[in-house]
Design a binder for this molecule. Structure first.
Ligand SMILES: Nc1ncnc2c1ncn2[C@@H]1O[C@H](COP(=O)(O)OP(=O)(O)OP(=O)(O)O)[C@@H](O)[C@H]1O
Length: 318
């Protein structure tokens, strides 16, 4: 797995409050979701990657550049779509986006040309000469994306990109982010509380809590259930199937309607074969057979569950 950013033992403090508490994680190439409950440190991590916030200790590299010293070089290669509105009052969309390009180091003419292109790409072509203050919430979200993309970043950081959007606007924004990451090959890190959004756009997630890493990996792996149980949908409820599978050493539970979850030792293919044999023997008709998985929400809740507290050590007796 290639990485776009790597951070180790990162500590970030606001006064005496520690927001990132020894965070170590890799941000892989592709589309990654950054998950965590309120106050977990997600925005702080994004700001630290951009060099806006300096770590008290620890190390970090983004696209091969040290986050402690290379903030200007980093900002030329990263785009940030912040959670809050970031337009400048009184400016038209095209002037604002071109200005964002210049701030990222582009020559004015090139910035203006790119501003027209990205506004078109973000669906704001017709509204580009309008004052941004007159934009709807959905349009304001799009212009935040346009200003983040104007300088052709290699990594795009998105902080709650679907905030405040209605269902149609949300769909459009997710489609845009997906096309940026999967069609244009831009690496993206998306911070969001909306797990279905993350599932739509990302292949991997990083879960943080209390400024520390709680889980990281592909969404597929995080949803996997230990022991590879399979879900078997039968044509009808079959006590005979349950009996047969139990005789074969399986753990069987009725999940819903006519679907059973079956757990047996062995690889998923072996378990599937065993289930088919059991169904044939018990004359149960199989309608579907899938590897059981939990929802991303279940995996997330598991990752952020309170950590077990170590047992108190016994005081030595005199
Ligand atoms: N400028 C600041 N001064 C003091 N504390 C801050 C500052 N910015 C953030 N914090 C605190 O640091 C912690 C992490 O904040 P951060 O905004 O990174 O969390 P988050 O995971 O993005 O939260 P949310 O999901 O609510 O946006 C929070 O407890 C927050 O109150």
């Amino acid at each position: 797995m290639s990485v776009v950013a790597r951070i180790q033992n990162l500590v970030v403090q606001y006064g005496r409050f520690t927001a990132l508490n020894g965070l170590t994680c890799d941000i892989p190439e592709g589309a990654t979701g950054l998950l965590g409950p309120n106050g977990a440190g997600k925005t702080t991590l994004l700001k630290t990657l951009l060099g806006f916030v300096k770590p008290a200790s620890g190390t970090g590299e983004v696209l091969g550049i040290d986050i402690r010293t290379g903030d200007r070089a980093i900002r030329q290669k990263i785009g940030l779509m912040p959670e809050q509105d970031c337009h400048i009052p009184g400016m038209s969309a095209v002037s604002f986006v071109a200005y964002a390009g210049e701030l990222a180091g582009m020559p004015p003419e090139q910035a203006l040309r790119r501003a027209h292109e990205v506004l078109e790409y973000c669906g704001l072509g017709e509204a580009r000469y309008r004052n941004v203050e007159t934009y709807s919430t959905g349009m304001k979200q799009r212009i935040k994306l346009a200003q983040a993309l104007v300088h052709g970043p290699k990594l795009l950081l998105l902080d709650e990109p679907t905030n405040g959007l209605d269902p149609a606007g949300r769909e459009d924004m997710l489609e845009l982010v997906r096309s940026v990451s999967h069609g244009k090959g831009v690496n993206v890190l998306v911070s969001s509380h909306v797990l279905p959004d993350i599932e739509r756009v990302c292949d991997r997630v990083i879960v943080i809590m209390g400024g520390q890493l709680r889980a990281a990996g592909t969404i597929k792996d995080l949803k996997r259930i230990e022991g590879h149980p399979v879900d078997v949908e039968l044509r009808e409820v079959s006590p005979e199937f349950v009996k047969t599978m139990r005789e074969r050493g399986a753990n069987v539970e009725l999940l819903k309607f006519t679907t059973y979850r079956v757990q047996l030792p062995g690889l998923p293919e072996e378990v599937a074969r065993n289930v088919i044999e059991g169904a044939l023997k018990s004359r149960a008709q199989v309608r579907g057979l899938t590897l059981a998985e939990r929802s991303l929400e279940e995996a997330f809740l598991d990752a952020v569950a309170p950590l077990p507290t170590p047992a108190p050590s016994l005081a030595p007796t005199a």
